[in-house]
Design a protein around this ligand. Structure first.
Ligand SMILES: [Mg+2]
Length: 133
């Protein structure tokens, strides 16, 4: 199985639970990846801060970024006053389902219900973090 985790509200909210969970799932033969909003570069930095350093450093876990995906897709994007990138709502909320479809991910664990409806159309199960923890 290929299983994706979100960072904000999932990994960064419950690092002490998610870390061993990822290790266990890997030991059971599953492939783990991260699907999250910020650029891959930013995600790398954030994961280092919460001691997910070894997992990402050894490339045991692939990281897929919504922002990078939208830029690569040629979607119109802009930055707010703080320099955070934005896209229109429809493109943004469909993006995680598109990423999961592209990379044949079976499950995604996320904290934002707004991503869920796009998963009705593809062969990937959306699990809200509250259903898990
Ligand atoms: Mg989140």
């Amino acid at each position: 199985m290929k299983i994706a985790f979100d960072v904000h509200g999932v990994i960064d909210a419950y690092p002490e639970i998610i870390y061993p969970m990822i290790k266990l799932l890997q030991k059971m033969g599953n492939e783990i990846c991260i699907v999250s909003g910020p650029s891959k570069l930013l995600l790398f930095k954030e994961l280092e801060k919460i001691k997910f350093y070894d997992i990402i450093k050894n490339h045991e876990v692939e990281i897929y970024s919504v922002v990078d995906f939208l830029i690569d897709s040629g979607v119109k994007m802009w930055k707010d006053d703080k320099g955070n990138p934005w896209a229109n709502e429809e493109d943004w909320w469909d993006s995680k389902a598109k990423i999961c479809q592209k990379h044949e991910i079976d499950f995604i664990i996320d904290d934002s219900e707004k991503y869920r409806s796009a998963f009705d159309l593809i062969d990937c199960t959306f699990i809200h973090i509250d259903e898990l923890i």
